[in-house]
Design a protein around this ligand. Structure first.
Ligand code: GUN
Ligand code: ZN
Length: 428
C-alpha cells in the first residue's frame, strides 16, 4: 500500500456542465494494488494507514493520467512537417513513412518510439490509429502490453486513393481484422477498433465489411476521420454519392455508435452533429493538427450545443507532439481566435478535456479519468526544475486555477517526471 502525498488537481465533475476543479494542497491518495482505496488530507490518511509507504510528491502537482483519443502509431517519425494541407501532407509526408512499416524490424522500432512518446508525455490511455499492416499491429499490441498502456487500436483499412502497398480488399481486411480481434481484444488493457482510414480511401463495401465485424464482435470499437478538410469532404461526396453526408458514409455501414470516436469534425453539418449525439459517438478534437494543416476552427460550441461528446487528441504526426498540455492550450487559443465565435475555456476545462472527457469517450470512466476512490491509479507528476518558468509560475500562482493554467501554458514532457499506469511506474 502506498500513500501518494501531493498537491492534487482533477475534474470529477464536468466543467462544461457546471462542475469545477477539485484541488487540495496536501492530499493523500491511498493506493492498494493499483486501485485508489482512500483519499483524504495527509494527516488523516497517515493515521489510518500507519504502515503504508509514503511517496512524497509535495514539490510538484499530481494530475490524472492523460487520455489521447486520436494518435497515429506509424507517424511518430513524421512529426513536424509544416506548410501543407491534409491531402498533400498525406501524400508527401505521412503515407511514405507508413509504407515503411511493412518491414517488421522497422515497425518494432517505431512501436518503441511511439510508446515512449506517449508515456513520456503523461498519456496513460489512448485510442491509437494503427497500421495498414497486420504484423505491425501485432507488434504494437505486444509492445503496449509490455508497457501496460490502456490502448485501443486496430488494422487501418483502405481500398483506394492511397499508394498500392497500403491497400487491401474486403476479404483480406475481414480475415486479418478477425484474427487480430481473436488474438488481442480484451487481453489486459488492450481492445480492438475497426479503423477505416477515412471515407476518401474506403468505398462502401469496405466500410460495410467493418460494420459486419462490429456486429459479429460486440464490444469492439470504431475509429476514423471525419470532416477535416474541404477538399477531402468534396472527394468523399464523389466516392459516396448514396450517402447523405460524410458522417452517413460510416452510419449506413453500421460503424456509428457509443463506441465510435471520429477525429476532427471541423466542418460538420447540423444533421451530422444531431446524428452523432443521437448515436452517442464522440469527436476527437485535435487542435495542433488543425492548426498545422490549416484545416480550420473546431466548432466546439456547436458540438456542445448538439450534445456531442468531445475529447482531445494529439493526432501525431499531423499534430505537433504527444503532450496533451500543448493540445489543451492550443484548443484554448483556437477558441479565442475563431472568427465564428469560440467557447471561452478555463484551465479546468482543459484538464477535463485532457483526462475525464477522454476516459468517458473510451468508456473507461469507471476506471480512470480522475483520482477518486475506486479508480485505478493512472497519474502524472508535474515537477518542474527549480528556477524554470513553470516552477516560478507555480510558486507565484494566485489560485489553483491559475497554477493549472501555468501547467498548460508552460508544461512540457520534461516537466512530467513520473507517470503511473495502474499503480505501476511507466516513467521516472
Ligand atoms: N485523414 C486520413 N488519414 C489521416 C491522417 O493520417 N492524419 C490526419 N490528420 N487526417 C487523416
Ligand atoms: Zn488522424
Amino acid at each position: 500500500m502506498q500513500i501518494y502525498r501531493a498537491r492534487v488537481f482533477d475534474t470529477p465533475t464536468d466543467p462544461f456542465a457546471g462542475g469545477g476543479l477539485r484541488s487540495g494542497s496536501d492530499v493523500a491518495i491511498v493506493v492498494d494494488s493499483g486501485r485508489i482505496v482512500a483519499r483524504a488530507d495527509f494527516a488523516t490518511a497517515r493515521e489510518r494507514h500507519p504502515y503504508a509507504e509514503v511517496v512524497d510528491l509535495r514539490a510538484g502537482v499530481l494530475l490524472p493520467g492523460f487520455v489521447d483519443t486520436h494518435v497515429h502509431f506509424p507517424q511518430v517519425r513524421a512529426i513536424g512537417h509544416l506548410g501543407r494541407p491534409l491531402l498533400d501532407w498525406l501524400d508527401e509526408c505521412a503515407l511514405p513513412e507508413e509504407a515503411k512499416l511493412r518491414d517488421e524490424t522497422y515497425a518494432a522500432g517505431v512501436a518503441t518510439d511511439f510508446l515512449t512518446g506517449l508515456t513520456s508525455a503523461g498519456t496513460t490511455s489512448a485510442m491509437v490509429f494503427g497500421s495498414h499492416f497486420a504484423t505491425a499491429v501485432d507488434i504494437l499490441f505486444a509492445a503496449a502490453a509490455e508497457v501496460g498502456l490502456r490502448m485501443t487500436t486496430g488494422l487501418v483499412t483502405s481500398d483506394r486513393n492511397l499508394p498500392e502497398v497500403l491497400l487491401t480488399d474486403v476479404d483480406r481486411s475481414v480475415a486479418e481484422s478477425q484474427r487480430l480481434i481473436d488474438d488481442w481484444h480484451g487481453r489486459g488493457r488492450l481492445r480492438f477498433a475497426v479503423t477505416p482510414r477515412f471515407s476518401f480511401s474506403a468505398g462502401p463495401e469496405l466500410l460495410a465489411a467493418g460494420g459486419a465485424l462490429v456486429a459479429d464482435n460486440p464490444g469492439i470499437w470504431v475509429t476514423s476521420h471525419l470532416n477535416e478538410n474541404r477538399d477531402e469532404i468534396a472527394g468523399v461526396a464523389e466516392i459516396h454519392p448514396e450517402a447523405l453526408d460524410y458522417l452517413d458514409t460510416y452510419d449506413r455501414a453500421g460503424l456509428l455508435g457509443e463506441r465510435t470516436i471520429l477525429a476532427h469534425n471541423v466542418h460538420p453539418r447540423d444533421r451530422e452533429l444531431a446524428r452523432m449525439a443521437e448515436a452517442g459517438a464522440a469527436a476527437a478534437h485535435c487542435p495542433t493538427s488543425n492548426s498545422a494543416l490549416a484545416s480550420g476552427f473546431f466548432p466546439l460550441g456547436r458540438h456542445l450545443d448538439a450534445g456531442v461528446r468531445v475529447a482531445l487528441g494529439s493526432d501525431v504526426g499531423a499534430g505537433n507532439g504527444f503532450c496533451l498540455l500543448k493540445e489543451g492550450v492550443q484548443a484554448y487559443f483556437m477558441q479565442q481566435l475563431d472568427p465564428a465565435g469560440g467557447v471561452p475555456l478555463t484551465s479546468t476545462h482543459l484538464l477535463h478535456l485532457a483526462t475525464a472527457s477522454g476516459a468517458a469517450a473510451l468508456d473507461l470512466d469507471a476506471e480512470v479519468g480522475d483520482l477518486s476512490v475506486g479508480k485505478r491509479f493512472d497519474a502524472v507528476y508535474v515537477d518542474p526544475v527549480a528556477g524554470q518558468p513553470l516552477a516560478v509560475g507555480l510558486d507565484y500562482a494566485e489560485s489553483d486555477e491559475d497554477a493549472l493554467a501555468k501547467i498548460f501554458a508552460l508544461g512540457t514532457p520534461a516537466d512530467l517526471t513520473r507517470v503511473w499506469i495502474d499503480g505501476e511506474p511507466v516513467k521516472g
